[in-house]
Design a protein around this ligand. Structure first.
Ligand code: SF4
Length: 330
């Protein structure tokens, strides 16, 4: 599935890289000095590269953990994110990564221990305060787990930090590693879900919603805290029916009373990302929806956005208590 590996010379002998190379014995290996040489050049075509992304393995040197943007949270005051990986195995047409990066190649930062140290340091600064860490910001947290061993490496670290919460955000069904270990009480496995009709059109390569719901239900039965992320809400003329059906499907498999959190947010993108994505996929109907540009953000028209948030919010509140509901108003 990956036929080219770029490896930064400084980490060429890193044990994580050695293990990954073994998984792709036929891959062409190209050495480089800094991953940015391969990843950042402007004259790359994200759409074309997405058909066969290479895997770039590198060392991250600084800013391992960053404050999460305002509005990003599930009830905590202090929110951080970190990205051991850039880009994703899936190909959601609304994904902001296409607008943000020049390249669709995957970047994996193999020096996990540096991320972990910064997480520990942040937690120790305020041991009495709950601190939330989000891992699925620049990639899907679990989709590449068999290759990266990300959760396997980070969960034991979080298990030892009494004030640290971890959100693994995913559309993946790569949950075997989680099922094989005891549930971690402060880890939320948060599944992003859309109605089938939306997923079929704009969530290419991701497991179907029904498979994600099954994975969430399995984890929940084993004691894992589950989050549900209906974000982005995508407009279709019959969106109310679509989402009503989705919620009914979800809550027939998942115990609403045991859920950690449910969040909701509408489709929106910074204007410069939107323009780039539109140029990449001019034929994409998602970008021809009733959108508006306000203060540098492209989103649905305010009334439509409000209606979608209200309608879906009301439907969700028939299943879940208000204190677990986190509508996202960015
Ligand atoms: S799963 Fe998330 S990170 Fe991956 S392509 Fe879709 S929106 Fe982007």
């Amino acid at each position: 599935m990956i036929d080219t590996l770029y490896i930064e010379s400084a980490v060429a002998e890193h044990p994580r890289i050695t293990a990954i190379r073994r998984r792709f014995p036929a891959a062409r290996v190209v050495n480089c000095e800094r991953y940015g040489e391969v990843f950042n050049p402007k004259a790359q075509n994200f759409r074309l590269q997405k058909q066969k992304p290479a895997l770039i393995m590198a060392r991250k040197h600084q800013k391992f953990v960053l404050p999460a943007p305002a509005g990003y949270g599930i009830g905590g005051e202090r929110n951080y994110y970190f990205s051991h990986m850039l880009n994703c195995l899936y190909d959601c047409r609304y994904c902001f990564l296409q607008g943000m990066y020049q390249s669709a190649n995957y970047v994996l930062f193999v020096n996990y221990e540096d991320f972990q140290q910064q997480i520990r340091d942040i937690c120790r600064e305020t041991p009495e305060e709950a601190i939330y860490f989000f891992s699925g910001y620049d990639c899907d947290s679990l989709a590449f787990e068999p290759v990266t061993g990300f959760a396997e490496a980070f969960l034991p670290v979080f298990a030892e930090l009494p004030n640290a919460w971890l959100e693994l955000r995913t559309k993946s069904t790569q949950i075997r590693g989680l099922l094989n270990r005891p549930a971690l009480p402060r880890c939320v496995v948060a599944f992003s879900l859309s109605p089938d009709s939306v997923a079929n059109k704009v969530e290419a390569k991701a497991p179907s919603p029904v498979k994600r719901i099954e994975a969430a239900a399995k984890l929940q039965q084993q004691g894992w805290q589950i989050g549900l992320r209906f974000d982005p809400l995508i407009y279709q003329h019959d969106y109310q029916d679509q989402y009503r059906q989705l919620f009914s499907q979800v809550f027939s498999a998942i115990d609403a009373d045991a859920l950690h959190s449910v969040s909701l947010g509408v489709f929106r993108l910074p204007e410069h990302f939107f323009k780039k994505m539109h140029k990449l996929y001019p034929e994409e109907r998602l970008f021809a929806s009733p959108l508006q540009n306000a203060s540098g953000m492209v989103s649905y028209k305010a009334e439509l956005e409000q209606a979608m948030m209200n309608d879906c919010g009301e439907m969700l509140l028939q299943y879940i208590p208000r204190e677990r509901f986190f509508p996202c108003h960015l």
